[in-house]
Each structure stands twice: as structure tokens, then as C-alpha cells.
Design a protein around this ligand. Sequence first.
Ligand SMILES: Nc1nc2c(ncn2[C@@H]2O[C@H](COP(=O)(O)OP(=O)(O)OP(=O)(O)O)[C@@H](O)[C@H]2O)c(=O)[nH]1
Ligand SMILES: [Mg+2]
Ligand SMILES: [Zn+2]
Length: 312
Amino acid sequence: MNKNKSNKLKGIVVALKANFLIVEIDHKNFKDYSFDEFYGKIRLLCIRRSKLNYQGLFIDVGDIVCIESIDYQNKRAVVSDVEPRQSFLKRPAVANVTLVSICISADEPLFDMEQTSRFLLTAECANIEPLIILTKIDLITKNDLILYINKFKSWGYDCIPVSIHNSQGIDSLIERLRKTKLTVLAGPSGVGKTSLINHLIPTVSLPTSSVSKKLKRGTHTTRHVELFAIGNGSLLADTPGFNRPEIVCEPSDFAFLFPEFRTQLSNSQCKFRDCLHRDEPGCVIDKDLERYPFYRENLEEMINSPLPYQAG
Ligand SMILES: Nc1nc2c(ncn2[C@@H]2O[C@H](COP(=O)(O)OP(=O)(O)OP(=O)(O)O)[C@@H](O)[C@H]2O)c(=O)[nH]1
Ligand SMILES: [Mg+2]
Ligand SMILES: [Zn+2]
């Protein structure tokens, strides 16, 4: 970061609206003006300097930007620069993510192992920590809940089970989110991402809709990514749901995106260094693991697809 750049006023992009960027900055920069503040922050409607477009610099929600030409009265400003990103999640597109919370409903819509794995793989590919939030647990029995928790444990993932109807799990979720800088809620449409944000942050009231009775799927209610404050310095992103994330990866890297395979590969080595864990002699991967058939099927698809390798 050059000195000049670091002296400028910085903020974080919390939403993109048409050609505008909504940038949140610390309220203390505006101590002479009385603004409606939230966790000591205010939001400005910004345009971007045209040089950013010429430089081909893309700006997404989560980006840290430099702002200037501030109109204090009307809460407007101009974005003049963008900081390098610490991480980037491609879909949903959010920069500087520190935790991807994958929301999966215990029921309505029905649990789908492949779909859940694809969301987890998206976070793994971007090298960002994933966490599973199991939503709508008021719809299942205690025994089924234990089965879900054990399933995710066998995949190598923590899970926070929640319900907005009886508030189960909400306190532990809040505790986790407040320890995290920028959490993205990702997952299929209709699993309750927006409902959860409305429940977690009482000042927020976003539109939600019920799952289609006929197709038992969500109706793609949320259309844009937006960040909300969930504590001092912690942000939470609502995102549009989608049903089938793509996996873009080299076949030789694919097994390392599964924590349960990673554990086996760190404990012992396959006989061949370039083992793809199919039917090679001396392979250490346990073929009885629940997600092995999913790995195998997508691996074959990657190997047979044109570059860049992708499955789905
Ligand atoms: N039974 C039950 N229903 C819930 C719970 N949380 C959310 N719902 C319902 O699930 C439906 C879908 O919720 P949304 O919050 O719109 O889902 P979403 O994940 O944001 O969906 P998209 O914006 O389309 O991606 C709504 O009818 C909610 O009332 C829950 O804990 N229990
Ligand atoms: Mg939503
Ligand atoms: Zn192997």
C-alpha cells in the first residue's frame, strides 16, 4: 500500500445498487455532523472515478475502498481506489470474506448431499473457512438432528443447528458471528438465509418468501448481496440463493478440497505421488467414505471436460 493511499479515508462496500456503490465508513470521521449511526458507522452513496473503469478494476461487496469528494450533507462521495483483497468468493461475489456459512435446511427444501458438498467445495476452492448452519430444525426430530450432526462431522465440518421459530442455536450462532470479521451466508434458495438475518439483527427487516408448495424449492427472493453489521466490527452478508454451484479445479487438487480425505492423506501417503484415488494400487483413501462416490463421479467429469477443468 503506498503512503498516499493509506492517508485517504477508507470504507467498505456494503452493497452495489445500479451504478452506485454503498460504502460504510466510521462515524468518527464525521463528528461535526449529526447522522443516524449504527454501531458507529454511516453509509454513503458513491460513484466510482472513471480511472477505475479504465484500469479494469472490479469492485465488489466487501472491498475496502478509498473515498474522496465527500458531500457531508447528502451522504455522497466518490470512490477513487480499491485495496488489494485478502480473499474472494466468486459466487456469491464477495471480497475479503473470512467465513462462508453455508445454510442448509433440515427440511423444506429437502437436504441434498451433492448440493451441500458443492457449496462447501466453493469455499474450499477459495481457501476460505466454511461452517454449516443447519436451518429449520423445528421441522425435524431430535434423532434426525443427531444424524445430520454426525454426517457433517464425518465430512470434517462443524455445524450450528438453528431455528428462528424456537430460537434454538441462535445464541451460539451470534457468538460465532461476532468473533468473525466478514461472514457470508450462502446456500440454496429458500433455506432461510434472509429470515435468519431478520431474526439475528432486529433493526433489519428484509423481504422473505415461503418455499414453493409444488416444487418444494425457494423462489429466489433475495436478488443482491448486502452486508449488515452484527456487532462492533463484524459484518454478515445476505446473498441470493442458487441451486448448483460449479466446481472449477484441477483433478490432482480435487481430493484436497474434502477434509475427510485431507485427514487420510496427511496420516499416510498413497504409493504413487500422482494418485487420483481411483483404483490405483496402494491408495490410502477409504472408498467407503460417504462422499467418495460424489468425488469419483465429479473427478471423472473433470478429467473428461475441456480446460479449464470443471464439473457441473
Ligand atoms: N419452519 C421454519 N421455517 C423457516 C425458518 N427459517 C426460515 N423459514 C421459512 O423459510 C422460507 C424461506 O425463507 P427466506 O429467508 O426467504 O429464504 P432465503 O434462503 O433467503 O431464500 P432466497 O432469498 O431465495 O435465497 C420462509 O417462508 C421462512 O419463513 C425456520 O427456522 N423454521
Ligand atoms: Mg433471501
Ligand atoms: Zn490415492
